[in-house]
Ligand binder design. Structure first.
Ligand code: ARE
Ligand code: CA
Length: 684
């Protein structure tokens, strides 16, 4: 029995289907073996899978069974086919049922051919997206730099002490720009936490503004800045106030200046939207009782204290105590009325049940998730505040010049909220008069978010694994190509072309360190822990790869300058101003230049793999009359024969990275000399 999702004889189209578009599915069985074949199609329910993962649940979904027709017999096989036209967007799964007893489904190896099973066959995935799904062209055309603001450039020393930090106003710890970040696990704070993240280097928004010409000159057209709203830690995922800029980074004027200067250079700003949790030391939670508004934590502990002192024991007394506190005329934030947060208070648990136990985010007590995600709906003041209200956080920042949100821990927030975010945000234009970009932080397959009703894009960790681990580190170009093919099959083209293509981030080891053989188990990497030159050679390959590929190539600040480091926080070292690897910067500038010089082709053109074998990866980009062939060799020097039958014989490709090299298609092949760890970006 054969069904091959990568072969249009079995599944057409290859790409996801638009709502209302016909999909033809076929299966081949041994001649005479099968008397009837059925297609079992299920639209997945996306449900929380125990913990935090939202996964497709096929068992819970709506199932429709279609009879297949025997359409012919060839080479000893019967061919069965059926054409379906899904009417709703979403993630679908399908299996085949033969003779009403034998199932055939995905065998879980990358892509294509499946396997038979008596029961429980795993469905093949089929993506159906809304007919009007559109993502911003500026993102497809962008080259992005990701900046961790404390570590990029200290442009304003006067703000270095603009605030204290959490836990009863500890002073912030300053470090010398040439130091490396403290290893957090060694510095437990007074609550016994090990993730205090209280070492600061002074980087700020003024610093980014002052270095815009550097970024522009490199070829960067968009900047993704890690959280910059008021917070306590150096990473600022523990939001204190969604409405203000962290004083250590500057103020609203600095923000406006950054945006204005970016505007002048045609650059787009992507900001981190952290809407799953807030900081414990925030105006919303106020664990330390620091703010004028009484936050949720403070409020509920006061309620229970009151119940205690007055000996009020019953459930009804809680309500009484609450009213009494309000009557005392305190300034309450609107937030605790609906109990936005879960409270760490045994009395609360006893009184109201386990639901009110306080859960921190993944064991970090400084991050407090919203207790009840239903409160993100239109009827709640939390929903109002974040999304639906007049000056709601999510829309407000677009008025201030934002072009995009990168949405933190996207899978822990219900899809319904993201649908509403899209509905709201897509009605507004950015201050540049453009379409805003919604980009989710997703590490796994992101299909469920990319069917037209939620995000435009996700962080493409899948590609970083395919290109960085499978191809560049292990030398298995075929395995890498298979992974990329799965993305091409699962993600609608609109999404595929603005994915945030990365090789590393603030959450991973630096790519140069990984490519040079560095191990994550080393907390603070030194040059002895990896091979810098090898790492650098492969880093260059990765840059060429993603600059030639569809999607939004994104670089973590300093990668281009030779910054290395192990896992968080070691990957967040300062940018080495004055001590950069100039040769590496020149290379980045060159490859970015190639993409920017052929923007239409690289941003919008078709892609197809020409060769993916062992150390060699070559792919073509085509767009009307334009064409390019990107060829990479992560092994020893060799002459490579690249199938290029899609181009007419005699077509000449010239390497934009090496003016001395060109090759002409001959007999449907391109013969290309590739040195050790060499990339060529050859333009027709
Ligand atoms: C801090 C310290 C670290 C220290 C750690 C433990 O910085 O040095 O090792 O504590 O002591 C933010 C900060 C982190 C900080 C953390 C807690 O940036 O530095 O760690 O807060 O204070 C999963 C999530 C994904 C998440 C990653 C990190 O699904 O959403 O883990 N990423 C975002 C941000 C982070 C941020 C937060 C979330 C919290 O990008 O920077 O952390 O707001 C698999 C899974 C993924 C998983 C991934 C990585 O592939 O599929 O789900 O991501 O592995 O673990
Ligand atoms: Ca500063």
């Amino acid at each position: 029995v054969v069904h091959d999702t990568w072969d249009t004889a079995y599944r057409a189209p290859f790409q996801p289907a638009k709502v209302g578009e016909a999909v033809k599915l076929s299966i081949r069985t041994q001649q005479g073996d099968v008397q009837n074949a059925k297609l079992v199609l299920t639209k997945a329910e996306i449900t929380a899978n125990g913990g935090d993962e939202y996964n497709p649940d096929y068992a819970a979904g709506k199932t429709v069974t279609y009879d297949m027709q025997k359409t012919g017999t060839e080479d000893g096989s019967d061919i069965w086919s059926v054409t379906i036209t899904p009417e709703e967007n979403g993630m679908y799964g399908y299996t085949f049922l033969l003779n009403d007893m034998l199932q055939y489904g995905d065998d879980a190896r990358p892509g294509n051919i499946g396997a038979t099973a008596l029961r429980g066959a795993k469905p093949f995935q089929l993506t159906v997206y809304t007919a009007d799904y559109h993502t911003p062209d500026w993102a497809k055309e962008a080259i992005t730099c990701q900046i961790f603001p404390d570590r990029f450039f200290n442009g304003d020393k006067s703000n270095d002490n603009a605030r204290t930090t959490a836990r009863g106003n500890q002073p912030i710890q300053h470090r010398d720009w040439n130091d490396i970040p403290a290893n957090h696990s060694k510095t437990p704070d007074k609550d016994g936490d090990t993730q205090d993240c209280n070492d600061f280097f002074g980087g700020d928004l003024a610093g980014i503004t002052q270095k815009l010409d550097y970024l522009k000159d490199l070829g960067i057209t968009a900047i993704y800045v890690n959280p910059m709203m008021s917070a306590c830690s150096n990473h600022r995922y523990d939001t204190v106030d969604y409405g203000t800029i962290d004083p250590l980074l500057g103020n609203m004027e600095d923000f406006q200046q950054l945006v204005a200067e970016m505007d002048k250079r045609g650059m787009h700003l992507i900001m981190d939207g952290v809407f799953n949790h807030v900081g414990d030391d925030s105006i919303y939670f106020d664990r330390y009782g620091k703010y004028q508004w009484v936050g949720a934590y403070e409020f509920w502990s006061r309620v229970y204290d009151l119940m205690n002192t007055k000996g009020m024991k019953e459930a009804a007394a809680k309500e009484e105590a609450r009213k009494q506190l309000i009557a005392e005329g305190q300034v309450f934030s609107p937030y605790q009325w609906e109990n936005w947060f879960e409270i760490k208070n045994q009395k609360a648990v006893d009184e109201m049940g386990e639901k009110y136990a306080y859960h921190d985010w993944q064991g970090y007590s400084s991050l407090v998730p919203f207790s009840d995600k239903d409160l993100l709906n239109e009827q709640s003041s939390l929903g109002e505040y974040l999304l639906y209200g007049d000056n709601a956080v999510i829309t407000k920042w677009f008025k201030d010049g934002l072009s995009s949100w990168r949405l933190d821990v996207a899978k822990e927030i219900p899809a319904e909220f993201w649908r509403n975010v899209r509905k709201t945000v897509k009605q507004i234009k950015t201050t540049k008069g453009e379409e805003p970009l919604l980009l989710g932080e997703i590490w796994q397959d992101g299909t469920q978010f990319l069917t037209g009703d939620q995000f435009d894009s996700v962080m493409n960790y899948k590609l970083s694994f395919a290109v960085g681990d499978l191809f560049l580190n292990r030398g298995d170009a075929k395995a890498a190509d298979d992974e990329l093919k799965i993305l091409q099959q699962n993600y609608p083209r609109e999404a595929l072309y603005d994915l945030m293509n990365i090789v590393d981030s603030h959450d991973t080891v630096r790519a140069i360190y990984k490519f040079g053989g560095g191990q994550e188990s080393v907390a603070q990497a030194t040059l002895k822990d990896f091979d810098y030159e090898l790492g650098k050679a492969r880093l260059k390959l990765s840059a060429a790869f993603i600059l030639g590929y569809p999607g939004m190539p994104t670089f973590f600040y300093g990668d281009e300058a030779g910054v290395y480091g192990s896992a968080d926080p070691d990957c967040r070292r300062t940018y080495p101003w004055g001590n950069e690897d100039k040769e590496l910067i020149a290379y980045y500038k060159q490859v970015m230049g190639v993409r920017n010089a052929h923007k239409q082709l690289f941003a919008h053109g078709d892609v197809n793999t020409l060769k993916a074998e062992g150390d060699i990866f070559a792919y073509a980009r085509t767009n009307g009359s334009e064409a390019a062939v990107v060829a990479l060799n992560r092994g020893k020097a060799q002459q490579v024969v690249i199938p290029a039958g899609q181009f007419a014989d005699g077509t000449v490709f010239a390497d934009a990275l090496d003016s001395s090299f060109q090759a002409a298609v001959s007999g449907g092949r391109l013969v290309v000399d590739l040195g050790e760890n060499q990339a060529r970006m050859m333009i027709k």
